[in-house]
Design a protein around this ligand. Structure first.
Ligand code: SAM
Length: 269
């Protein structure tokens, strides 16, 4: 059951003018959030973002999160953290590597009367949290990372208890070519298939944003999730995947090179 996170006391603390002034003072917002009638990013280049994105997959996440713990990685101004709290999550932790966005998130939560913790922790440091969460959101971050597969491996190893909600920008074909387990060295044609997993490297900038580093096509996003130990259980919209954490089998080779090599047999090893 969805519920309001607004507490009358806290909301009453802020006049519309005060909210307007603080929103302006907190810099440029990427999340358009309605704070007591004040929109934080009304001119977002993607439209009413991320509200329109949320509408397309909100049904794929349990409506009642009572008692659940949630980690929102790359939380930005906390739009999704607020939505998770609205669904009754017992604990929501939002982490981001940008203090300006975290300040926006803290203000948005305060005005909304939502008890959410926000901390400056990079996705590469999730091990320092020392805790697994029932639900982990990893939305819109992968393509901003120089080491995207490492990040997914770390999520699997340290923080995802049960469910991962993943979103990435995708470019290239949405086709997925069925692949064999292995190919001989002489096989070259397969790499030219449009549906072969492809991670496009951005050396300089994409969409005027130099923090975009790697953009997968659909086949690649799905293969990376599987490779990091996440089973895709739902794909409610083209960029969003709901995944279940798979336990790695005892003795299964690790994801990194030496681990994989150890899994090879005989002279090939
Ligand atoms: C495109 S925004 C996505 C925000 C939100 N998750 C969403 O889907 O609307 C990317 C966010 O990831 C954050 N970010 C980038 N690199 C990060 C890192 N290494 N660790 C944690 N957050 C990071 C950015 O500061 C930014 O807030």
């Amino acid at each position: 059951m969805e519920r309001s996170v607004r507490s009358v006391d806290r909301a009453a603390k802020w006049t519309r003018e005060q909210i307007q002034e603080r929103v302006r003072g907190l810099g440029r917002w990427f999340h358009n959030i309605d704070l007591g009638g004040v929109k934080t990013a009304p001119d977002h280049f993607l439209g009413d973002y991320p509200a329109f994105k949320w509408k397309s997959f909100a049904h794929a996440i349990p409506a009642d999160l009572t008692g659940k713990t949630v980690l929102d990685i790359g939380c930005n101004a906390g739009f999704y953290s607020l939505e998770m709290k609205r669904r009754g999550a017992a604990r929501v932790l939002g982490i981001d590597s940008d203090d300006d966005y975290l300040a926006q998130a803290r203000f948005a939560a305060e005005v909304s009367g939502a008890d959410i913790e926000f901390r400056n922790v990079s996705v590469y440091d999730v091990g320092s949290l020392g805790e697994r969460f029932d639900l982990v959101l990893f939305m819109g971050v992968l393509y901003h990372l120089r080491h995207p597969l490492l990040a997914l491996d770390l999520l699997h190893e340290h923080v995802v208890g049960q469910t991962l909600v993943f979103q990435s920008m995708q470019r290239g074909s949405a086709e997925v070519t069925p692949l064999q387990e292995d190919y001989p060295f002489s096989e070259k044609r397969i790499f030219d298939e449009v549906g072969y997993p492809r991670l496009h490297f951005v050396e300089h900038s994409y969409s005027h944003d130099p923090t975009n580093w790697w953009v997968p096509n659909r086949a690649c996003a799905e293969a990376m999730l599987r490779s990091a130990g996440f089973e895709i259980v739902n794909h409610p919209e083209p960029e969003v995947y709901i995944c279940r954490r798979r336990e790695k089998a005892d003795g299964a080779p690790g994801a990194v090179y030496p681990g994989r090599r150890a899994g090879m047999k005989g002279e090939q090893a």
